[in-house]
Ligand binder design. Structure first.
Ligand code: HEC
Ligand code: HEC
Ligand code: HEC
Ligand code: HEC
Ligand code: HEC
Length: 490
């Protein structure tokens, strides 16, 4: 055995030292092999909790190791032909076998190469396996291509889905989508390397896996029922930043289940009567035709222009309606400037007691800035200047209050605007309501008619009952609270 290993080392050194390339490859491999092994073990055990650790192992050390291996092999092939240690080429083996004395030698060569191949193979498999899992992690998705994924990652972190991983929505478990996503992932990596990716990433994205399945791992709209109270907190741009509320009784409805009829908003997701539509633009905003399949019956609604002209043959792409036609922004929620500030005001991150803070903040965050730094500086400067001029007492008495407000306004900006990716206020459209006549009003606009004049309902009460609209302390909420209090203290 001692003899074999001495021979092993001697032959290996001989083989490798014949070529500079092989020497380089050999050095890379022998330095990286132990490092990689230790790192992978640490990573599997979760000892190191740094998102860039995985990046270092699987995207730098791993490929370097493989490069070393490739150099080594190329080197050996180039130095082929020296007589005492040839390669394991066909001619070489033939020649060796022809001479009986050399038979043991070739056996050793085979043993040597087997050991070498097996150990490196083991390491490569280990690294690729754990590396594959690394590419499924939120850290990889969100941080690797920092600038590209930055906006998606930032919005995700502030969403109700921030505890589920990116791949749960974007890839899923079916192998067909897995390969598809890895291929498109590799393509995207190239786009990042060569700086050719689109800014902003266009909406809608088309490489999500089939979405009903994705969402329905966790949500089941057929089990929903009844109405739900939605309360929206808003602040007016007046001196007191008056807090107003909108209360909507939302007809959430149900997708229908075990004989229970589908109704209300989630009526659309029932498989019993699928809704299809045809859109003429990339953004899926221009819906030219909608049709409903109910049993054997089909009802077609065609978009009609202001002059009453109806084009029944317009070209477009056909889509079956699913969750994404309403919930296209379930996690990457980009707010409008107004909403972003309202959210900071209602949570107290921006103090409400500062006069006119809503109005002044809105003025400083809405313009276009070339970079985040420029925006942050200008927000701070403009607010300080305005309050020093108009409310010097406030600035002198309690400096921390204004500083807190400035930080809150800057946060509202940073969470929603990403100049490097050309994402400004309102770049991405949310289909959930009917802001700017989009969303539900792409179809429910009273302008889609059947041949005999029937339209898709656009009666406000078919979707929600407006209990209060932008009212300071709405009666209805007061009443609810009173009733609840009574119940609690009989
Ligand atoms: C709850 C499901 C869900 C999770 C979790 C999720 N995404 Fe998304 N993501 C979506 C949907 C849906 C879209 C499509 C939006 C559209 O087409 O309008 C999207 C779009 C994107 C886009 C395209 C840009 C955009 O904003 O439309 C990127 C990039 C992205 N996601 C990255 C990520 C990353 C990175 C993570 C993890 C940090 C993540 N996503 C987690 C559902 C999800
Ligand atoms: C792995 C599980 C999981 C998946 C997949 C998932 N969600 Fe969720 N979703 C959650 C959890 C958990 C919450 C938070 C519930 C809460 O806070 O009450 C949530 C909340 C929501 C909400 C309520 C948001 C709010 O503001 O209250 C909506 C709407 C929603 N998800 C839609 C979707 C859609 C659409 C998809 C598919 C693209 C999806 N979800 C995929 C787990 C999931
Ligand atoms: C026709 C549009 C539409 C479709 C299609 C749709 N939803 Fe909804 N969904 C809504 C609206 C509107 C609300 C309530 C308002 C809001 O969330 O802002 C809602 C609410 C929800 C909620 C929160 C419910 C709660 O109790 O707070 C979840 C979760 C949800 N939908 C999941 C889904 C899933 C999963 C699908 C696909 C199978 C789906 N929805 C399809 C419009 C739709
Ligand atoms: C792609 C077109 C389309 C979009 C987008 C759309 N709907 Fe509909 N919706 C329909 C059609 C078609 C019907 C059936 C015709 C009707 O009832 O008027 C319908 C019916 C409804 C109904 C009545 C269901 C019942 O009980 O009969 C409600 C409520 C509704 N939609 C709410 C919404 C909401 C809320 C949104 C946006 C979040 C929305 N829809 C988006 C096409 C659409
Ligand atoms: C097809 C369904 C549908 C119809 C028809 C409809 N709405 Fe809505 N509306 C919605 C949904 C869904 C939301 C919730 C959006 C969200 O969650 O942000 C909403 C939100 C609102 C809000 C609150 C907006 C906010 O963010 O403060 C108001 C106000 C409103 N609708 C008024 C109306 C009025 C007035 C009509 C009649 C002209 C009407 N809606 C018709 C579906 C509908």
């Amino acid at each position: 055995m001692g003899k074999t290993s001495a021979f092993f080392i001697k032959t290996a050194v001989n083989l490798i030292s014949r070529s500079k390339l092989s020497v380089l490859g050999g050095i890379i491999i022998s330095v990286l092999a132990p490092v990689l092994l230790i790192c992978v073990v640490l990573d599997i055990r979760g000892t190191v909790d740094n998102p860039y650790f995985g990046f270092l192992i699987y995207l730098i050390f791993g490929p370097l190791f493989v490069l070393g291996l490739v150099l080594l092999i190329i080197g050996i092939f180039i130095s082929r032909g020296k007589e005492d240690i040839g390669l394991f080429t066909f001619e070489y083996i033939e020649e060796q076998l022809a001479r009986p004395g050399r038979y043991t030698r070739i056996r050793r060569h085979i043993l040597l190469s087997l050991i070498f191949t097996l150990t490196t193979l083991l390491l490569v498999v280990l690294v690729s396996y754990t590396g594959f899992h690394y590419t499924e992690s939120t850290a990889f998705c969100g941080l690797t291509c920092h600038q590209v994924m930055g906006p998606a990652y930032a919005t995700y972190q502030h969403s109700p889905h921030s505890r589920i991983s990116c791949v749960e929505c974007h890839i899923g478990k079916q192998s067909q989508w897995l390969t598809k996503s890895k291929f498109s992932g590799a393509k995207q990596l190239f786009a990042v390397l060569f700086n050719t990716y689109p800014r902003p990433i266009p909406q809608p994205i088309t490489s999500l896996r089939p979405v009903r399945e994705t969402c329905e791992q966790c949500h089941r709209p057929e089990m929903f029922h009844g109405d739900k109270l939605y309360i929206k907190d808003r602040f007016l741009p007046d001196e007191h930043n008056t807090h107003v509320q909108t209360a909507l009784l939302m007809k959430i409805g149900s997708g229908g289940y075990l004989g229970r009829k589908a109704q209300g908003i989630h009526w659309h997701v029932s498989e019993d009567h699928p809704v299809f539509y045809k859109y003429a633009d990339h953004a899926q905003e221009d819906v030219v035709q909608v049709w409903l399949q109910d049993g054997g019956q089909e009802t077609h609604f065609y978009k009609t222009s202001e002059t009453g002209k109806r084009d029944t043959n317009q070209q477009g792409t056909i889509r079956k309606m699913d969750c994404m036609d309403c919930h296209n922004r379930p996690t990457h929620v980009f707010r409008s400037a107004d909403e972003a500030l309202d959210e900071k005001l209602v949570t107290g991150i921006i103090p409400r007691e500062i006069p006119f803070i809503k109005r002044q903040a809105l003025k400083t965050i809405t313009p276009h800035y070339d970079s985040v730094d420029a925006a942050l500086q200008e927000i701070s400067r403009a607010l300080k200047e305005w309050y020093t001029t108009h409310y010097p007492d406030l600035v002198n008495q309690d400096k921390t209050l204004l500083d807190k407000a400035i930080a809150g306004v800057q946060q509202a900006y940073m969470e929603n605007v990403f100049p490097a990716m050309h994402i400004g206020w309102g770049t991405y459209t949310d289909f959930i309501g009917h802001k700017n006549d989009s969303g539900c009003f792409r179809c429910h606009d009273g302008r889609h008619f059947t041949e005999n004049g029937q339209t898709i309902s656009n009666d406000c009460d078919s979707c929600h009952i407006i209990l209060a609209e932008n009212e300071p302390s709405p009666d209805v909420l007061g009443l609810l609270q009173k009733t609840l209090l009574h119940k609690e203290q009989p």
